[in-house]
Design a protein around this ligand. Structure first.
Ligand code: GLY
Length: 374
């Protein structure tokens, strides 16, 4: 991972291609470091940051290796990152360090879980104390009290946008990036886009960040990033009905502070970019919900939605240099975009500004594009 040898002066804008959570988080960190930033966003509602459930779950997700290390570092930094966003925006982000319970059908299954060493083992009685009303088939559990959630859809995304605006970040909403142009020497020269008014524009630029989520390979077709569709729904639970997130196999329940219960999520690799809800996907969520918490079947449904996770072959993100000098990658966060937004923004902004510490450069090192090119 190297920085740009001809680093532009800090007055030259960095273009952020993608106005989702990762793009906004990087824009915010660059603006905090004194850079001039412009965000190009096609349609903010499609951003995975608006779709996700907002779990902060490196342990509950059972991550391992370098991805667990990256995710644990992000989890540690999230409180300070959220404090910056809240200070810059004057809006709350809805961070809840509520802990996550992973239920299992047997203690043997529990003890074999990849992150079992980081959790508190629970038997059936302790599981019932943590999750009143949990379904009868769950005999054991792991409590990860260090994991939690953030209200990404209703709070974090809005707060980040407001923080960016407060720091002078420019936005073009409805702007579809059509192409990335590079010059003879392999350096970024310009971005071509179609504005919301339908005009084609060429924006000369020396630095940009590709943060287009599941759509990233539409701009750089060689990038190994593909969509992984997820369907979700929400219910209105009685307030305080559930104090912790429940992370079951194939279904998880995320209780917001006001009682809204977010239920996720299908994983549909064969769906590509096909939009919409499906009966099979919604049935899967309903069955998962009823198996985890039977009484929730009677709670009123609120919303149903879907989105596309940006996935890579090894399920790790693509971060850092792109092969085009001046174009940086921040995509491919798979199931962990909300969790990894804090560390991604710090690492990528630090590298662009040439201020990343050695420990951060070491964290970034495993996530380069080169790992898929040998
Ligand atoms: N982070 C959970 C999911 O992507 O469904």
């Amino acid at each position: 991972m190297t920085g740009s040898p001809n680093r532009p002066k800090s007055s030259e804008p960095v273009l952020i291609l993608g106005g989702g959570l990762i793009g906004l988080a990087i824009a915010h960190q660059l603006a905090r470091r004194g850079r001039c930033v412009q965000v190009l966003s096609r349609r903010r509602s499609e951003a995975a940051g608006f779709v996700a459930a907002g779990m902060l779950a490196p342990h509950a997700e059972g991550l391992s290796g370098n991805l667990l290390a990256l995710a644990q570092t992000s989890l540690e930094r999230i409180p300070a990152w959220v404090a910056q966003i809240e200070a810059d925006s004057a809006l709350a982000c809805g961070l809840r360090p509520c802990g996550i319970v992973v239920p299992f059908r047997s203690s043997a299954e529990r003890d074999a879980y990849p992150t079992a060493a980081w959790g508190e083992p629970l038997g059936r009685a302790a599981l019932e104390r943590e999750i009143a009303g949990i379904g009868p088939s769950w005999r054991a559990g792991l409590l990860f009290s260090q994991d939690g959630q953030i209200d990404n859809r209703r709070q974090l995304m809005r707060a980040l946008e407001r923080a960016c605006v407060a720091l002078g970040v420019g936005f073009q909403e409805g702007a579809e990036v059509l192409a990335i142009e590079c010059g003879g020497g392999g350096a970024l020269e310009a971005i071509r886009l179609r504005t919301a008014a339908g005009e084609q524009q060429r924006l000369p630029c020396a630095e940009a960040v590709l943060a287009c989520g599941a759509w990233s390979a539409q701009l750089l077709p060689q990038l190994p990033v593909f969509p992984l569709k997820g369907q979700m729904l929400s219910l209105q639970a009685p307030r305080q009905a559930l104090k912790r997130v429940i992370f079951g196999p194939g279904t998880y329940l995320v209780p917001r502070a006001d009682g809204l219960l977010v239920v996720g999520a299908t994983s549909e690799p064969e769906a590509g970019f096909s939009e919409g809800l499906t009966p099979a996907g919604q049935r899967q969520l309903q069955e998962g919900l009823e198996a985890l918490l039977p009484e929730a079947a009677g709670w009123p449904p609120m919303e149903r939605w879907w989105g596309f996770r940006p996935c890579t072959p090894d399920q790790g993100p693509l971060l850092g240099a792109s092969g085009i000098r001046g174009l940086w990658l921040a995509t491919g966060h798979h199931r962990n975009g909300v969790l990894l937004a804090a560390i991604t923004a710090e690492l990528v902004a630090g590298v662009i500004c040439g201020s990343a510490k050695a420990e951060d450069r070491a964290l970034l090192e495993p996530w380069g594009w080169g790992r898929f090119q040998s």
